[in-house]
Design a protein around this ligand. Structure first.
Ligand SMILES: N[C@@H](CCC(=O)N[C@@H](CS)C(=O)NCC(=O)O)C(=O)O
Length: 210
Protein backbone atom coordinates (compact mmCIF):
# COMPACT_ATOMS: atom_id res chain seq x y z
CA UNK A 1 0.00 0.00 0.00
CA UNK A 2 1.34 3.42 -1.02
CA UNK A 3 0.70 6.57 0.98
CA UNK A 4 0.70 9.90 -0.88
CA UNK A 5 1.13 13.26 0.83
CA UNK A 6 -0.52 15.73 -1.51
CA UNK A 7 -2.18 19.09 -1.91
CA UNK A 8 -4.97 19.62 -4.47
CA UNK A 9 -3.63 20.58 -7.89
CA UNK A 10 0.02 20.67 -6.73
CA UNK A 11 3.00 18.68 -8.05
CA UNK A 12 1.52 15.67 -6.29
CA UNK A 13 -1.30 15.64 -8.86
CA UNK A 14 0.72 13.71 -11.43
CA UNK A 15 1.68 11.04 -8.90
CA UNK A 16 -1.92 10.76 -7.76
CA UNK A 17 -3.11 10.36 -11.35
CA UNK A 18 -0.47 7.70 -12.02
CA UNK A 19 -1.56 5.77 -8.92
CA UNK A 20 -5.16 5.84 -10.17
CA UNK A 21 -4.16 4.76 -13.68
CA UNK A 22 -2.16 1.89 -12.18
CA UNK A 23 -5.13 0.85 -10.01
CA UNK A 24 -2.63 0.79 -7.15
CA UNK A 25 -3.64 0.46 -3.55
CA UNK A 26 -2.98 3.83 -1.93
CA UNK A 27 -3.96 6.15 0.86
CA UNK A 28 -4.09 9.95 0.52
CA UNK A 29 -2.91 12.40 3.15
CA UNK A 30 -3.80 16.03 2.43
CA UNK A 31 -1.47 18.83 3.47
CA UNK A 32 -2.68 22.41 3.76
CA UNK A 33 0.11 24.34 2.03
CA UNK A 34 -1.33 27.75 2.94
CA UNK A 35 -1.26 26.74 6.60
CA UNK A 36 2.36 25.62 6.19
CA UNK A 37 1.75 21.97 7.08
CA UNK A 38 4.54 21.02 4.64
CA UNK A 39 7.06 22.80 6.88
CA UNK A 40 6.18 20.97 10.09
CA UNK A 41 9.07 18.95 11.58
CA UNK A 42 7.25 15.63 11.24
CA UNK A 43 6.76 16.22 7.51
CA UNK A 44 10.27 17.65 7.00
CA UNK A 45 11.56 14.37 8.39
CA UNK A 46 9.97 12.71 5.34
CA UNK A 47 10.65 15.44 2.79
CA UNK A 48 13.43 17.87 3.86
CA UNK A 49 12.49 20.29 1.05
CA UNK A 50 9.08 20.80 2.66
CA UNK A 51 7.13 20.31 -0.55
CA UNK A 52 4.60 17.87 -1.95
CA UNK A 53 4.61 15.17 -3.15
CA UNK A 54 6.04 12.57 -0.83
CA UNK A 55 5.15 8.97 -1.55
CA UNK A 56 5.65 6.30 1.07
CA UNK A 57 6.86 3.19 -0.75
CA UNK A 58 7.18 0.08 1.36
CA UNK A 59 7.17 2.35 4.41
CA UNK A 60 9.99 4.65 3.22
CA UNK A 61 9.54 8.23 1.99
CA UNK A 62 10.42 8.98 -1.64
CA UNK A 63 10.26 12.49 -3.11
CA UNK A 64 10.44 14.36 -6.44
CA UNK A 65 7.42 14.12 -8.70
CA UNK A 66 9.28 13.11 -11.88
CA UNK A 67 11.25 10.39 -10.12
CA UNK A 68 8.07 9.08 -8.54
CA UNK A 69 6.39 8.80 -11.94
CA UNK A 70 9.31 6.80 -13.26
CA UNK A 71 9.50 4.62 -10.17
CA UNK A 72 5.78 3.86 -10.29
CA UNK A 73 5.91 3.00 -13.98
CA UNK A 74 8.82 0.64 -13.31
CA UNK A 75 7.17 -0.99 -10.32
CA UNK A 76 4.06 -1.72 -12.39
CA UNK A 77 5.47 -2.63 -15.83
CA UNK A 78 2.32 -4.50 -16.79
CA UNK A 79 0.48 -1.16 -17.08
CA UNK A 80 2.84 -0.02 -19.86
CA UNK A 81 3.10 3.55 -18.55
CA UNK A 82 6.77 3.82 -19.59
CA UNK A 83 8.93 2.14 -22.23
CA UNK A 84 10.94 -0.68 -20.70
CA UNK A 85 14.67 -0.07 -20.14
CA UNK A 86 16.59 -0.73 -23.35
CA UNK A 87 13.41 -0.64 -25.45
CA UNK A 88 13.08 1.58 -28.50
CA UNK A 89 11.22 4.48 -26.90
CA UNK A 90 13.32 4.66 -23.74
CA UNK A 91 15.74 7.37 -24.85
CA UNK A 92 12.99 9.74 -25.91
CA UNK A 93 11.14 8.97 -22.71
CA UNK A 94 14.13 9.88 -20.54
CA UNK A 95 14.95 12.95 -22.58
CA UNK A 96 11.43 14.40 -22.22
CA UNK A 97 11.04 13.42 -18.57
CA UNK A 98 14.23 15.31 -17.80
CA UNK A 99 13.22 18.24 -19.98
CA UNK A 100 9.97 18.60 -18.07
CA UNK A 101 11.70 18.13 -14.71
CA UNK A 102 14.73 20.35 -15.40
CA UNK A 103 13.31 23.09 -17.60
CA UNK A 104 9.54 23.42 -17.49
CA UNK A 105 8.69 22.51 -13.89
CA UNK A 106 11.40 24.81 -12.40
CA UNK A 107 10.11 27.69 -14.54
CA UNK A 108 6.70 27.16 -12.96
CA UNK A 109 8.33 27.23 -9.53
CA UNK A 110 9.75 30.67 -10.45
CA UNK A 111 6.33 31.74 -11.73
CA UNK A 112 4.56 30.72 -8.50
CA UNK A 113 7.34 31.70 -6.07
CA UNK A 114 9.16 34.57 -7.87
CA UNK A 115 10.68 35.96 -4.66
CA UNK A 116 12.69 32.77 -4.02
CA UNK A 117 15.63 33.39 -6.31
CA UNK A 118 16.04 37.18 -6.29
CA UNK A 119 13.98 38.58 -3.41
CA UNK A 120 10.60 40.32 -3.28
CA UNK A 121 11.95 43.44 -5.00
CA UNK A 122 12.71 41.47 -8.17
CA UNK A 123 9.59 39.29 -8.20
CA UNK A 124 8.00 41.00 -11.16
CA UNK A 125 11.02 40.57 -13.40
CA UNK A 126 11.54 36.96 -12.32
CA UNK A 127 7.91 36.15 -13.03
CA UNK A 128 8.06 37.79 -16.45
CA UNK A 129 11.15 35.75 -17.36
CA UNK A 130 9.59 32.56 -16.02
CA UNK A 131 6.47 33.21 -18.10
CA UNK A 132 8.64 33.68 -21.18
CA UNK A 133 10.51 30.43 -20.53
CA UNK A 134 7.29 28.52 -19.97
CA UNK A 135 6.06 29.79 -23.34
CA UNK A 136 9.27 28.64 -25.05
CA UNK A 137 8.90 25.21 -23.47
CA UNK A 138 5.32 24.88 -24.73
CA UNK A 139 6.54 25.95 -28.19
CA UNK A 140 8.99 23.06 -28.10
CA UNK A 141 6.53 20.52 -26.71
CA UNK A 142 3.87 21.57 -29.21
CA UNK A 143 6.30 21.26 -32.14
CA UNK A 144 7.21 17.77 -30.93
CA UNK A 145 3.56 16.78 -30.57
CA UNK A 146 2.69 18.18 -34.02
CA UNK A 147 5.27 15.86 -35.54
CA UNK A 148 5.18 12.85 -33.24
CA UNK A 149 1.88 13.05 -31.29
CA UNK A 150 -0.83 12.73 -30.26
CA UNK A 151 0.98 11.49 -27.11
CA UNK A 152 4.51 12.51 -26.15
CA UNK A 153 5.72 9.09 -27.30
CA UNK A 154 3.43 8.79 -30.29
CA UNK A 155 0.57 6.38 -29.91
CA UNK A 156 1.34 5.22 -26.36
CA UNK A 157 -0.03 6.94 -23.28
CA UNK A 158 2.70 7.09 -20.61
CA UNK A 159 3.56 8.91 -17.39
CA UNK A 160 5.19 11.52 -19.62
CA UNK A 161 1.71 12.58 -20.77
CA UNK A 162 0.47 12.64 -17.19
CA UNK A 163 3.37 14.90 -16.25
CA UNK A 164 3.07 17.17 -19.31
CA UNK A 165 -0.67 17.66 -18.82
CA UNK A 166 -0.26 18.50 -15.14
CA UNK A 167 2.20 21.23 -16.19
CA UNK A 168 -0.21 22.42 -18.89
CA UNK A 169 -2.91 22.68 -16.24
CA UNK A 170 -0.68 24.91 -14.15
CA UNK A 171 -0.62 27.47 -16.97
CA UNK A 172 -4.42 27.83 -17.04
CA UNK A 173 -4.48 31.36 -15.57
CA UNK A 174 -1.35 32.62 -17.31
CA UNK A 175 -1.52 35.19 -20.11
CA UNK A 176 -1.03 32.42 -22.69
CA UNK A 177 -2.28 29.09 -21.31
CA UNK A 178 -0.99 25.84 -22.79
CA UNK A 179 -4.34 25.06 -24.41
CA UNK A 180 -3.63 27.83 -26.91
CA UNK A 181 -0.99 25.54 -28.50
CA UNK A 182 -3.09 23.26 -30.69
CA UNK A 183 -1.21 19.98 -30.26
CA UNK A 184 -0.90 20.58 -26.51
CA UNK A 185 -4.67 20.96 -26.47
CA UNK A 186 -5.15 17.65 -28.30
CA UNK A 187 -3.00 15.89 -25.70
CA UNK A 188 -4.70 17.65 -22.78
CA UNK A 189 -8.14 16.76 -24.13
CA UNK A 190 -7.19 13.11 -24.44
CA UNK A 191 -5.89 12.93 -20.90
CA UNK A 192 -8.82 14.90 -19.50
CA UNK A 193 -11.25 12.50 -21.18
CA UNK A 194 -9.86 9.54 -19.26
CA UNK A 195 -11.92 8.10 -16.37
CA UNK A 196 -8.82 8.39 -14.15
CA UNK A 197 -8.84 12.18 -14.62
CA UNK A 198 -12.43 12.38 -13.40
CA UNK A 199 -11.57 10.20 -10.43
CA UNK A 200 -8.59 12.45 -9.66
CA UNK A 201 -10.78 15.58 -9.76
CA UNK A 202 -13.35 14.03 -7.44
CA UNK A 203 -10.68 12.89 -4.97
CA UNK A 204 -8.82 16.25 -4.91
CA UNK A 205 -12.03 18.33 -4.99
CA UNK A 206 -10.95 20.13 -8.18
CA UNK A 207 -13.22 21.80 -10.73
CA UNK A 208 -11.13 24.26 -12.78
CA UNK A 209 -9.75 23.00 -16.11
CA UNK A 210 -11.85 19.81 -15.95
N1 LIG B 1 10.94 19.35 -7.18
C1 LIG B 1 9.78 19.09 -6.37
C2 LIG B 1 8.97 20.38 -6.32
C3 LIG B 1 7.66 20.21 -5.61
C4 LIG B 1 6.99 21.55 -5.35
O1 LIG B 1 7.52 22.63 -5.68
N2 LIG B 1 5.79 21.46 -4.75
C5 LIG B 1 5.06 22.66 -4.40
C6 LIG B 1 3.60 22.55 -4.83
S1 LIG B 1 3.43 22.48 -6.58
C7 LIG B 1 5.02 22.81 -2.90
O2 LIG B 1 4.93 21.85 -2.17
N3 LIG B 1 5.05 24.07 -2.44
C8 LIG B 1 4.97 24.41 -1.06
C9 LIG B 1 6.20 25.12 -0.58
O3 LIG B 1 7.16 25.30 -1.34
O4 LIG B 1 6.20 25.49 0.59
C10 LIG B 1 8.98 17.94 -6.98
O5 LIG B 1 8.91 17.85 -8.22
O6 LIG B 1 8.46 17.10 -6.25
Amino acid sequence: MYKLYYAPGAASLCVHLALIELRADFELIALDLKAGEQKRPEYLALNPAGVVPTLMIDGAPVTEAAALLMILAERHPEAGLAPAPESAGRQGFLQWMFYLANTLQPAFRHWWYPHEIAGEQNSERVQAEAGHRIGLAFDRIDAHLQEHGPYMLGTHYTVLDIYAVMLMRWSRNMPKPALEWSACRVLADRVRARPAWKQLYAAEGLSEWA
